[in-house]
Design a protein around this ligand. Structure first.
Ligand code: CTP
Length: 402
């Protein structure tokens, strides 16, 4: 459970007091815990206790009425690896089953990107009531995991089924969930990733440019793979036919290397990972002629000047917490050149590809890569679709330890 992000939802039942123990157990197991509470639950357990034990502020209302600060339910949905509701009352169960959204807790449930596990708790007649059974069945068919209530002494004085499962049982269910779902839990939730993609066009005159054959496919595939893992992606792309839309995606279109540099300077500091797959023109015409150049002499001479090396700049200002991945397209001495580039540009990982492999590189839907990291680990991959290659790169960076 080490490092897992558990969002704990607490609703208003007497069993809420047991959540203090559950939070302590989860924290001891190394999980990060954030809590949201329905307004009624604060009658059963103090938000101060919950905040202190979880080491995080507690969400209860959409708005802090004193400061006007808005608590963003979508952020909770992006943050969590699992949403655990304990105790779950008959009232909130019915609201969850029917999609009612009249408090922060319910808005968060509807915004959840990760699986939900619930531990109902209520009196035995309420638990046995056909309405409750129907609502539990509805949640089950919505993909929610139910930790059944246990039998025993109830707050009403009655004895029977309805007690919330003990904190240790809930902990075991969460541990079981992580053991069985490690690959389906988004691994990049709430991480902001900067991706550069496509070619750059360096203007010669209003109608001509120096460009290259990059299609942008690799960068767009990387964006897709990161979005699938719950990341927020800033995709800065040169001219391309590729399209992509997603609520967590911002596409910034650029044309030249200098445009790219401006945008990277704007966003890099705010991101925790940078993947630079753009095929940036190393040189641009010194002068962009305002009018279309007419053909006259037999020879036309263009003077080119060096473009800023955007990746090198990102490496030079990289913070310890940031991970930087660059690409190397080499036609000779692949490993030596890539290793040199990795050090020179202060990268953590470099993706090597060569145009020599059939089906790899510019314009193709497939690519064949090898990865070299700053610890000198070298990993080769087979020829695959660019989306599968992107998934390999993203999986590698998720597991990468600096
Ligand atoms: N890159 C960049 N800005 C540039 C040139 C390259 O951000 N002006 C990035 C590319 O996106 C890629 C990496 O640098 O991730 C490698 O690019 P490449 O052109 O192969 O490397 P160079 O350092 O330019 O070396 P050389 O041309 O000598 O091989």
């Amino acid at each position: 459970m080490q490092g897992k992000r558990i969002l704990l939802g607490i609703t208003g039942g007497i069993a809420a007091y047991k959540i203090a123990f559950l939070i302590r157990i989860l924290k001891k197991r190394g999980a990060e815990v954030k809590c949201i509470m329905t307004p009624a639950s604060s009658d059963f357990i103090s938000p101060l206790v919950v905040a202190t034990l979880s080491d995080n502020p507690v969400g209860i209302e959409f708005w802090d009425k004193k400061t006007g600060v808005w608590t963003n339910h979508v952020d909770y949905g992006l943050w969590a690896d699992v949403f655990v509701v304990a105790p779950l009352t008959a009232n909130t169960l019915a609201k969850m089953a029917s999609g009612v959204c009249d408090n922060l807790f319910l808005a968060t449930y509807l915004s959840m990107k990760c699986p939900t596990i619930v531990a109902p708790a209520m009196d035995l007649d309420m638990y046995a009531h056909p309405t409750t059974r129907r609502n539990l069945d509805q949640l089950k068919s919505d993909g929610v995991t139910i930790i059944p209530a246990e039998s025993g002494q109830l707050a009403s004085g009655l004895e029977g089924e309805g007690r919330m499962a003990e904190p240790e049982t809930i902990e075991a269910a969460i541990a079981h969930f992580f053991e069985n779902n490690s690959s389906s839990v988004p691994q990049l939730n709430s991480r902001k990733i900067l991706i550069t993609a496509g070619p750059t066009y360096e203007a010669i005159d209003p109608v001509r440019f120096i460009g290259n054959h990059s299609s942008g496919k690799m960068g767009f595939s990387l964006a897709k793979a990161c979005l699938e893992q719950g990341a927020e992606v800033i995709l800065i792309t040169g001219p391309t036919q590729e399209t992509l839309s997603h609520p967590n995606l911002t596409i910034v279109s650029i044309v030249s290397a200098e445009d790219l540099f401006l945008q990277v300077k704007k966003y890099w500091e705010t991101c925790s990972i940078g993947i630079f797959s753009a095929a940036v023109a190393d040189y641009r015409p010194e002068v962009k002629v305002d009018q279309k150049i007419k053909k006259s002499d037999e020879h036309l001479q263009l003077t080119l000047v060096k473009n800023p090396d955007v990746l090198s700049w990102a490496g030079s200002v990289k913070k310890d917490s940031q991970l930087l991945i660059g690409f190397a397209l080499e036609t000779s001495n692949l490993l030596d050149n890539a290793s040199d580039k990795l050090k020179r540009k202060n990268l953590d990982i470099i993706v090597m590809n060569t145009l020599e492999d059939e089906g790899a590189g510019f314009g193709h839907t497939t690519n064949k890569i090898a990865l070299l990291d700053a610890h000198n680990n070298f990993t080769k991959f087979e020829l695959k679709s660019k989306l599968a290659v992107a998934t390999d790169i993203v999986t590698y960076l998720i597991n990468y330890k600096k």
